[in-house]
Design a protein around this ligand. Structure first.
Ligand code: SF4
Ligand code: SF4
Length: 267
């Protein structure tokens, strides 16, 4: 199998150099996470916001950063690459849980894609396994049920370097916590939630489901701060009153999610 990257809305073969760089990163990722986690915790404790700001910008430049999408969009990506007969998807252990020696929820949730699949399988042959398109979609639906955030990760801030759909959560996931501390690590995706308050039953599930603190109950009815919504859609599927849906984010400019590739894939 030859491995691919996205370029101009199409899949093209990834060069060996790209696979080798990602393979080098993959091999060292647990150590990088441990070191950066310790540094971040230290400065969070000191409440040194300017240092965290600089640190997160540095991390956001040289280390992988992510774009949050809905599970529906992640499923459509899997469909698109499988229709193009290039199902390059594998799953392995959550690198943050592995690196930090902590466990919470599903462990096997690092979904590597395209050239990232080759790089991670070569780095950890015993820990990553190939997924068919059907298996990948089943896993993504289970992650959504669990409340994990589907996030397309890329190296070097390039849409041509997307290599994983990480399924992040708020307790252990290092990029998520680094982003909460000072930003620049995770980006808002193409969708944003739309709420019809008249249908809200006040159940409060949306407050629990949102990792970004975008929802709160006011006088027994939900209220959403759209500036805090990253577009994961986790609050929609569990809304008791069916008061929520996802809408296109105005002013969105594509970052990592290969929106053109998915739109242009054969039906
Ligand atoms: S989940 Fe839906 S019904 Fe429940 S509080 Fe939130 S918006 Fe209202
Ligand atoms: S408000 Fe809903 S869609 Fe937006 S980030 Fe929170 S859980 Fe995700």
């Amino acid at each position: 199998m030859s491995y691919h990257k996205v370029k101009n809305g199409k899949l093209v073969p990834a060069g060996r150099f790209q696979v080798l760089v990602d393979n080098f990163y993959a091999r060292n990722e647990p150590m990088i996470i441990r070191v950066l986690d310790a540094i971040t915790r230290f400065f969070v404790k000191l409440k040194a916001r300017p240092v965290l700001w600089v640190l997160s910008r540095l991390m956001g430049t040289v280390l992988p950063t992510g774009e949050v999408v809905t599970t529906g969009r992640a499923l459509r990506f899997v469909d698109a690459v499988s229709r193009l007969d290039r199902v390059e998807i594998a799953v392995g252990p959550c690198m943050c849980q592995k690196a930090l020696g902590k466990r919470s929820g599903t462990y096997m949730k690092d979904m590597v894609i395209l050239y990232g699949a080759e790089a991670y399988k070569a780095a950890y042959p015993a820990e990553y396994r190939d997924l068919s398109a059907g298996e990948a979609k089943e896993a993504l639906l289970a992650f959504e049920k669990e409340g994990l955030i589907p996030t397309f990760y890329s190296c070097l801030r390039s849409s041509g370097w997307i290599y994983a759909i990480c399924n992040c959560e708020g307790k252990i996931c290092f990029p998520f916590r680094a982003h909460q501390a000072a930003g620049a690590v995770m980006h808002r995706g193409p969708d944003v939630v739309a709420l019809n308050r008249e249908d809200c039953t006040g159940c409060g599930t949306c407050v629990e489901r949102c990792h970004f603190g975008a929802n709160r109950l006011v006088g027994g009815t939900s209220e959403v701060d759209l500036t805090k919504c990253y577009g994961c859609g986790l609050c929609v599927s569990t809304c008791a009153g069916h008061a929520r849906k996802m809408a296109e984010r105005s002013g969105y400019s594509p970052r990592y999610y290969p929106i053109d590739l998915v739109a242009g894939a054969p039906a």
